[in-house]
Ligand binder design. Sequence first.
Ligand code: PLP
Length: 360
Amino acid sequence: MSYKLFIPGPVAVLEKTLRAMAQPMIGHRSPEFVALYRSITPQLQAVFQTKDPVYLSTSSSWGVMEGSLRNVVKKKVLCCMNGAFSDKWLDVARRGGLAAGALPFDWGRPVDPVALRAALATGEYDAVTLIHNETSCGCMSDLPALMAVLRDFPDVISIVDTVSSCSALPIAKDALGIDVMITGSQKAFALPPGLSMFSVSKRALDRAATISSRGYYFDFLEFQQNHEGGMTPSTPVIPLIYALKSKLDDIAAEGLANRHARHARLNHMVRDWAFAKGFKLFPEERYGSVTLNCFANTLNVDLVALNNLLKNKHGLVIDGGYGKLKGKTFRISNMGDETDATIAALLQALDAALAELGVK
Ligand SMILES: *Cc1c(COP(=O)(O)O)cnc(C)c1O
């Protein structure tokens, strides 16, 4: 049975993108691969708004999120935590034997720049982890305000997860001073899972050079050295790189500004529908994500029954809440290639399914 995903990752992949993957293999040290890699770099740099290289890692985002810690943390990392993914990042740092401190906020609350400044002023930290868009609770922190704080602490390397936001709204890596910016294939880029794209500043590369326990697979210096030759350190997931190339061409054809406007428009279309039904956003409205909506289940809808109806009758799937928010919230993605028509069709199906459950 096939159905279309409206969960916040992995998201639906266009036929066109899937077809782009079905091409003959090329050697990853061949001139054809180098040409492909070198044609992708400037397109990714445009999306990341950076002059730094953007590397391709054959891993999900967590690979690079964990690897980044190993590359830049010498003293202690401060983990800003306001949801499931950012909470886990602290755990990941400690599992790797690194000194790590927590800057916790309630799920659904943004990371507070004032609290960040106070924590960094202790001088304890030489790195920070920060999630721009906490997908677990649909909360988007004010990245420009947080980066303004970080720019006052030049010895602190910023590792910023833009896994579910990169390409859906403008994030100016260089202008903001982000050292390590990480994203993944299966969220806003609407590719299948398995590829992570990340960009690293000169400062962060210099830090990595002073650390001997960087490992191999996620070693920034390996990525940089191979990047200079138009390659990746180990054999990459070539089909996904074909898909990425196809997607970057699509993004260029649509235009980044149009892409950003489309995400904002569709996000509000879903919000307006839910508000009219009587649902509320889980995070405070101005910190609501642009790529998904996490709604509080204020009408006490049986979310399992709702999703069963949606899936079996309409061939659509939304998310019934992440981790401790299961049943208490539901999440609807508008990432990737959604259009006014596909979102309208989803909302129509939701209306029908809710009516069947006795919700007007
Ligand atoms: C999905 C997600 C991750 C984890 O990505 P994987 O591809 O599962 O490694 C990390 N951070 C955020 C914000 C995410 O949405």
